[in-house]
Each structure stands twice: as C-alpha cells, then as structure tokens.
Write a protein that binds this ligand. Structure first.
Ligand code: ZN
Length: 506
C-alpha cells in the first residue's frame, strides 16, 4: 500500500465524492434503475480506511486553534467520520430504499396508496374521516415495518460514532467535530417556543376553525398536512412557466442562472425520475444538475427555488479552493442560501412580480405563509430538542416514542403519532443545520435589503455581490463566521420572529 498524505486524501476524496454524486444523480433522475453505491465504496476503500481516519484525526489534533490548517483539518475529519459511518450503514439504507419504493398502504375503505405518496394523498384528502383513516393505516405500517429498520440504523450509527472515542458520547462527539453547541441551540429553540407560544396558539385556533372546522384539542398531524396544502393558490403558480420565470428573476439579479453553463436544468419527463426537485453537484463547480419535473403549485415553486439556491452556490464556488472548501463544511451555509431563495415565496414584491397571485390574493397568501413558517420553525425546534435526547442515550429507546409525541404535539398544536418517533428523525443532526440556516438566512436577507433595497432579488448589483461575498467562498466559513461578516455576532431567532409577526399582521 502506498503512503497516504493529506494531498492524496484530498484528490482521492474528491474523486470518491464525484463518483457517489454522479451515481446518485443518474439513479434519482431516472437515467439508471438503481444507484450502485457499494462498488464505489469498494473502489475508494483507501479513502475510507483506518489509515485515512488516523491521518485526519492526527491533522485535527496537531493543528493549532485558529489556523488555516485547523480549519481544513476539521472539515476533513468531519467528512471522514461521516463517510466511514455511512459505509457500514449502506446495506441498511439500500434495504430501506427498496422497502420505501414498493410499500403500499391499504386503508379500511379499500384504497391502496403508495407509501411514498402518502403525505401528498393525505394532504389532498378533504374529507376528514377518510384523511384520519388513511393516516392511521399509514401509522400502522410505519410501526410494524419502517420504524424497526430506522431504529436499527439509529442505534448502529450511534454505536459507531461512540466507538471512535472523539467525545464521551454521540452528542459531545458531534459538538467536537462540528464546533456546533447543541446545548446552546436547544436553549435557543426552547426560548423560541416560549416566545412564540401565544402568537401560535391564537393564530392556530382561528385557522383551525375557519379552514378545517375543528377545535385545537382535536387537531392531528394529518390535519396540518391538509391545512398547508392550500390548493386554492395552485393557479397562481403554473408549472409550465416555472423554470422560465425563475430564470428570469436570477437574470434580473445580474447573474447567469446556469453559472455560465456549469448548471444544467434537467427538466425532461423520464420514467423513474423523482417528483421533487433536487440538486446534484457532480463536479464542483464545473458540473451541477438541477433536476425537476415541473408540476406547478406553491410547494413546487418553493422546492425549485430552494434547489436553485444550492445549485448557484455550487456552480459559483471558486475553482481555486481546495477540495474541503468546495465540497465539505457546515451545511447550514448551503441550506441558508437555498432558504434565501425559497423565502421569496414570503416576499410581497417577489410574489407580485413573478407569481399570478395579484394584489387581491397576495395579502391572504402572506398570512398563510407566516403561519406555515411559524409552524415549521416550531416543529424543527421541537425536533432538535427531541433528537438531542434521542442521541444522548439518557432516555431508553422504548420510552422515546412518548417523548416524541409530547414534544412535537405541544410545539405544533397538532397531535403526533408515536409510530413516527424513529422515522421522523434527521440523522446526524441535520435539523441543527436547517435551524442555523433559517437564522443565517434572515440575517442575510436583512443584509441584502440594506445594501440593495427590499427588491434585491431584481437588483442587477445583488447577484454579483452574492457570488463574490457568499457563493464563491464555498463552505470555507461556517454559519457564525458569515453572520459576523454581515455584522451580526450571534445567530438567533429574533429577526425571524420580527419577520413572522409582520407576515401574520399582513
Ligand atoms: Zn436544502
């Protein structure tokens, strides 16, 4: 075996990431029937072997705090551990994907629904009794078949990370690797839930009565899906025009939506193509795919804008950066750029210019958007608090479903089902990245507004600024450092609360 140093690890690591990303793109876009990931793991065995882990651990431990070496080593170590953990879990993931692709739900009235399509089907079921029955059938299938698979995966992931001895347990290992304090974030979430509780209770009570005709004590999670489906706005967001409209917006912002041809919009109909839009960075920044099947409707626009934010971030990353700054890092950053775009769906000026809502409907749409934003934030705060308990090991696995129901139900006002306690988990605290992205996104929106005015999304100077100050820097910096450059020394929920209050009063 030849000698492995950091330079080789970077080169081989990049080749490995490109191979995995290309394979996933081909499978999810319907170019291939399945993703064959195992052969890639075998081919790049050395990148994920004990020697590579030792090398990155050494680099991390020996680099002095505050240096560029430490910054690199932290990103490489975090990636090395995540990839090492993913390798033994790949077989479980393949089993789960195969199950999800074939599982069907049979409701008591004889309806047969694909498991993957259940959330959409539930959201679209206007008759409440039928909706609850379908969700009960879904929960039963989850409890018997899906939850045991996810529980096994979570337990193995936790055991593996703890076996590396980076921290005394899973949570402290995560904190040591990422530099993110879960305790601070959970405290922030707890405070956010208390600060917005009366605003949420008051708003929800009225909406449940007027939209669904039910009392707060009756509301179930499946009612939330139906409430936020808001199909009355579908015509304002036509699928046929979506790509051209949003490309026009990016062009008006002063940048090329294809990043000079590096981003490919894969919009063709193809069997096996996923219905939700996604972004695949196959080579960063040279080859990025934005894959979608335009259906129309507000959630389709939302997803497309979100994935476009990721695509522009990858497509405009500086080619001079090392592997770790282009490919790795704090995903709160890329998620915040994605959210900066999807939050235009809460922006009056954007909606009036690029949707067909018109001045008559925009007011009511913004109130619904505020309600939805507050709901998802409260849900994610509760999720983070729950996931922190789950990975801590302080609560026995058997008692987690009750904790899940109590935390999620009280935060959202919708009663959750214990069956979802292991399925509704973002592995590896991705929920923490989303929450930090939410915070950073609101800071960046305020920064863009102060520099380029409220309609920064069509200011030809805003795009080049975003490329120069944000996108080109990959994820070399973490969310706190980018917030600091925007003049805010702490990530917080405060600007989000201000924004939501404004939307609900619209
Ligand atoms: Zn995203």
């Amino acid at each position: 075996m030849s000698y492995l140093d950091l330079q080789r690890l970077r080169a081989e690591g990049q080749a490995f990431m490109e191979a995995i990303s290309r394979e996933s793109y081909l499978a999810y876009a319907g170019h291939k029937k399945t993703a064959e990931l195992q052969p890639i793991y075998q081919q790049y065995d050395r990148v994920l072997g004990p020697e590579a882990l030792e090398l990155t651990l050494d680099a991390f431990r020996s680099a002095a705090e505050g240096t560029e070496e430490k910054r690199s080593a932290r990103l490489l170590l975090e990636w090395e551990i995540e990839s090492q953990a993913a390798k033994p879990l790949a077989a479980l993931d393949e089993r789960e994907i195969a199950w999800e692709n074939t599982a069907v739900i049979r409701s008591p009235d004889g309806q047969v629904v694909q498991y993957q399509a259940a959330p959409i089907e539930i959201a679209n079921t206007r008759d409440r009794a039928a909706r609850l029955a379908l969700d009960a059938a879904r929960a039963k299938l989850v409890k018997n078949e899906h939850a045991p698979m996810r529980l096994e995966r979570l337990q193995r992931e936790k055991d593996y990370i703890e076996s590396l001895g980076i921290g005394r347990d899973y949570n402290s290992s995560f904190e040591a690797m990422t530099g993110i304090s879960l305790e601070n974030l959970a405290d922030n979430c707890d405070r956010f839930l208390r600060d917005t509780k009366s605003m949420w209770d008051d708003t929800l009570r009225g909406v449940l009565r007027s939209s669904l005709g039910i009392k707060p004590s009756e509301a179930k999670r499946s009612d939330a899906l139906a409430l936020f489906r808001a199909s009355e706005y579908d015509d304002a967001f036509p699928g046929r025009e979506m790509e051209a409209t949003i490309r026009r917006q990016v062009t008006e912002m002063g940048i090329d939506p294809t990043a000079n041809g590096r981003i490919t919009f894969d919009v063709g109909e193809r069997e096996g193509k996923r219905s939700r839009a996604f972004c695949s960075p196959v080579r960063v920044p040279e080859e990025v795919y934005l894959v979608l099947r335009p259906h129309g409707g507000q959630s389709d626009y939302n997803t497309f804008l979100h994935e476009l934010g990721h695509a522009l971030h990858f497509g405009y990353a500086s080619p001079d950066y090392s592997f770790e700054f282009r490919w790795l890092g704090d995903n709160s950053v890329t998620e915040s750029y994605a959210m900066l775009f999807d939050h235009r769906m809460q922006d009056r000026g954007w909606l009036l210019r690029y949707s067909k809502l018109g001045t008559n409907h925009v007011q009511k749409f913004l109130r619904t958007a505020g309600l939805e934003e507050l709901h998802y934030l409260r849900r994610y705060c509760a999720k983070l608090m729950y996931e922190r308990m789950l990975y801590s090991g302080d609560v026995p696995w058997s008692e987690l479903p009750d904790l899940y129901v109590s935390l999620l139900s009280s935060a959202t006002g919708f009663e959750y089902d214990p069956a979802d306690a292991f399925v509704d988990v973002d592995p590896g605290f991705y929920s923490a990245r989303y929450l930090r992205a939410w915070q950073l996104q609101s800071i960046l929106n305020e920064e863009l507004t102060s520099r380029f005015d409220v309609d920064w999304f069509r200011n030809p100077s805003a795009g080049p600024w975003m490329v120069g100050e944000l996108f080109s820097r990959g994820q070399r910096e973490n969310a706190e450092e980018i917030a600091a450059r925007a003049g805010t020394n702490k990530l917080s929920f405060k600007p989000l609360i201000r924004k939501i209050e404004g939307l609900l009063e619209a």
